[in-house]
Design a protein around this ligand. Structure first.
Ligand code: C2E
Ligand code: SIN
Ligand code: SIN
Ligand code: SIN
Ligand code: FE
Ligand code: FE
Length: 363
């Protein structure tokens, strides 16, 4: 292939790769493989630049374990800091070369081509490096080809970083919402965390997908978010609630649902469903809708158990904490009436794991 043909091949190849695969690791790995073939190199690595530590860590490296290296030395470091392509024809006679890397990996480097990965603002986000051209040395045409491939790698990395930030922000906002209800109530953040963890455990044992397990762990802590809409004189009442007060209290389910629901966001949708359903009962005597059996989503059925169990062993304005054993007994007494009996069976089978969560996150 001549250089123009190679460039066309690159364009076509990445059209396919980017459409087909989703994970950043997969995309970068196929870029590294492709670069190795096109450049006739022995190995290719893609490093991500960590600005805070001034380090490069290898995201993809053929036949080498992931490594972290300083960006202050070595060819990859040079490419990162100068933002310019570096070509080396004889590594051990080049002052820029960092021999420590070969020492650590047991590899013998002869020729190197290092290309910086730049984001939209021309900031370095990593380095794409090819080692040991099979015949001869890396040429300027090779450098141009690797630069072209690198543009794709850089935008794939940039998208992944943006996506991570977005997810991180989402998680933080969701956790803050959960604690908004804690401020008003006497519930602690440990309570909401425990409810998340018991729920995730039950979800796993029930056989839900990894995605649903992650969803319930994040969403279950928000089950009482609607309590921020309940007056303090009810919420913090040290005695039993009157009939009217309890009717008001029951609205925290619908309030929470309406507060959390978002058509576009799977986590918030799950959280809204859980807020709505966590006081429904298996026999249809719960609230707000009196749903029965599997009319209640598996998320709602799971969190009902986790919430009552944890409410019992926690202190409340209106009650002292119960012992672990007494709370466990109450769940079993209400299996098939309040709670889904299949889930109570799973709870019993995994009682030691439940106890571990309880002990590690004691109030
Ligand atoms: P919560 O304190 O988070 O309690 C959640 C659920 O745990 C309760 O839902 C109930 O099913 C169970 N639970 C909690 N403590 C006990 C208990 O001492 N005995 C038994 N058998 N079950 C218990 P429920 O009943 O629908 O209550 C919803 C929320 O209403 C409670 O959330 C709490 O904020 C409030 N609430 C319920 N009863 C009273 C009360 O007598 N006084 C006050 N001040 N608030 C209450
Ligand atoms: C370097 O960047 O100098 C190290 C090259 C290698 O990865 O062996
Ligand atoms: C959900 O409602 O999102 C959980 C799935 C189920 O109810 O089985
Ligand atoms: C308690 O023992 O503290 C209350 C018993 C109950 O409500 O079932
Ligand atoms: Fe509740
Ligand atoms: Fe709760």
């Amino acid at each position: 292939m001549n250089s123009a043909e190679k460039q066309l091949a690159i364009l076509l190849e990445f059209g396919k790769v980017i459409n087909k695969t989703k994970s950043l690791d997969d995309v970068l790995e196929s870029m590294a493989n492709f670069a190795r073939d096109i450049l006739q190199a022995d190995r290719c690595s893609i490093f991500i630049y960590d600005k805070n530590k001034d380090e490069l860590w290898s995201k993809v490296a053929h036949e080498v374990h992931p490594i972290r290296i300083t960006a202050k030395r070595g060819l990859a470091g040079y490419a990162a800091l100068s933002k310019e392509t570096q070509i080396v024809v004889d590594a051990y006679n080049d002052y820029r070369f960092n021999r420590e890397v070969d020492k650590a990996t047991g590899y013998l480097t002869h020729t190197i081509l290092s290309v910086p990965l730049l984001d939209n603002q021309e900031n370095t986000i990593g380095v794409f490096q090819a080692l040991n051209k099979k015949q001869g040395i890396f040429t300027n045409v090779d450098a141009e080809l690797l630069l072209l491939i690198s543009n794709y790698a850089a935008s794939a990395i940039e998208n992944a970083i943006l996506y991570d930030k977005l997810r991180d922000t989402q998680t933080k906002i969701i956790n803050k919402l959960a604690s908004a209800a804690e401020f008003k109530d006497q519930e602690t953040s440990k309570h909401t965390k425990r409810v998340g963890l018991y729920s995730a455990l039950l979800a796993e044992k029930y056989g839900l997908s990894q995605e649903d397990i992650a969803k319930i762990e994040l969403a279950a802590p928000m089950h009482d978010a609607g309590k921020i809409g309940i007056a303090d004189k009810i919420l913090l009442k040290p005695d039993k609630l009157s009939k009217n007060e309890f009717e008001m209290m029951k609205t925290h389910t619908q309030l929470g649902h309406d507060l959390l629901f978002d058509e576009e966001n799977e986590y918030l949708k799950a959280a809204a469903l859980i807020a709505l359903e966590h006081h429904e009962k298996w026999d249809g005597t719960g609230y707000p809708h009196g749903k029965k059996g599997e009319e209640i989503s598996i998320f709602g059925r799971i969190v009902a158990i986790a919430d009552v169990f944890d409410a019992l062993i926690s202190v409340r304005p209106y009650k002292e904490p119960w012992s672990f054993e007494k709370a466990h007994t109450l769940l079993n007494e209400n299996s098939g009436t309040h709670f889904d009996p299949a889930l109570i069976a799973l709870f019993n089978e995994n009682i030691e794991k439940i106890r571990t969560i309880y002990q590690e996150l004691k109030d």
